[in-house]
Design a protein around this ligand. Structure first.
Ligand SMILES: [Zn+2]
Length: 304
């Protein structure tokens, strides 16, 4: 890891799930037993959620390439969030090395009233289908009381233009819900299944998404399938799986859940917790797959 900003290492720590409307109770409990340092609310990095590189977001729809955006919408569901006239500036917010985020700083947001609000110690956030806007309560990034929107999670639409359709799933991951969870994870077919429990607003989760995207672009790891459970979208399932923090990686092979540990990665009840850069993650996936094929169910990945 390079050290792009002071305190960046701390940002690799897992994020407590407490920010999900669901899982506050889980975390309070689980963080106590977490051996590795987890973010306290005050240390938590800003929330984020988009897996797309920051080069793609602000482009207007292809049909009207020359027209400037007039309104900005949630990239996931198309909901109107704010107008072009409400944007004060655009700036970087946090930097995890492989994963960075930029925000629009907003004077106001026309769509704010229709969003679901929640409180966190560091900021207040607003959801539409997903985490959409926020305002810092503690001015950690010098953004004052202005509203912030992640650039990669919104899309600008010119006057009279078409609101975009929802974007495709994250690269290298298949979304998994409660209905199919057991059938998929307990399949005994020689494939290592890795279930990533995560949320869109969690920077270390995003780091794992970026790492998985890199691995997928390079051809993936044969015999390994990665599945995603969004703890906001799948609240009942998240409660059942009860991750100590997110991101959490669970491993399944041969119809059973494996217990996995890896040097330099936090492990809680046989699951790996926290942001893992791509090279390390590839090593872990390969090593766990090979050990599982040898019949091991309690696996320790040594070295880097
Ligand atoms: Zn939305």
């Amino acid at each position: 890891m390079s050290t792009p900003r002071p305190g960046a290492d701390a940002r690799l720590d897992p994020a407590p799930v407490a920010r999900t409307p669901v899982a506050r109770a889980l975390v309070a409990l689980a963080l106590v037993s977490l051996a590795t340092p987890a973010c306290t609310p005050q240390e938590l990095p800003m929330h984020a959620h988009s897996p797309v590189p920051s080069s793609s977001p602000a482009a207007p729809p292809a049909a009207t390439p020359a027209a400037a955006p007039a309104t900005w919408h949630c990239r996931h569901c198309g909901r109107h969030l704010f107008d072009q006239s409400e944007i004060k500036s655009r700036r970087p917010l946090w930097d995890l090395g492989e994963e960075k985020a930029e925000v629009f700083v907003l004077e106001s947001a026309a769509g704010l009233d229709g969003l679901r609000r929640y409180d966190a110690s560091l900021h207040e956030g607003y959801y539409c289908c997903r985490f959409a806007l926020m305002r810092m309560v503690v001015d950690k990034f010098g953004t004052g009381r202005d509203l912030l929107a992640y650039v990669a999670d919104v899309v600008g639409v010119p006057k009279g233009g078409e609101v975009p359709t929802p974007r495709p799933a994250k690269r290298g991951q298949v979304r998994l819900g409660a209905r199919d969870f057991d059938a998929v994870t307990l399949r005994d077919d020689g494939v290592l299944r890795v279930v990533k429990l995560s949320a869109t607003w969690c920077p270390p989760c995003r780091l794992v998404d970026t790492a998985l995207g890199k691995i997928a672009r390079a051809g993936g790891v044969s015999g390994v399938e990665v599945l995603e459970v969004d703890v906001d979208d799948e609240q009942a399932l998240a409660e059942r799986l009860a991750p100590a923090s997110i991101p959490t990686l669970l491993f399944f092979y041969g119809g059973k859940q494996l217990r996995v540990q890896a040097d330099r990665v936090a492990s809680v009840r046989g699951a790996l917790v926290g942001g893992i850069p791509s090279a390390r993650l590839r090593t872990i996936l390969t090593a766990v797959r090979d050990a599982a094929r040898r019949g091991q169910t309690d696996i320790s990945v040594r070295g880097s």
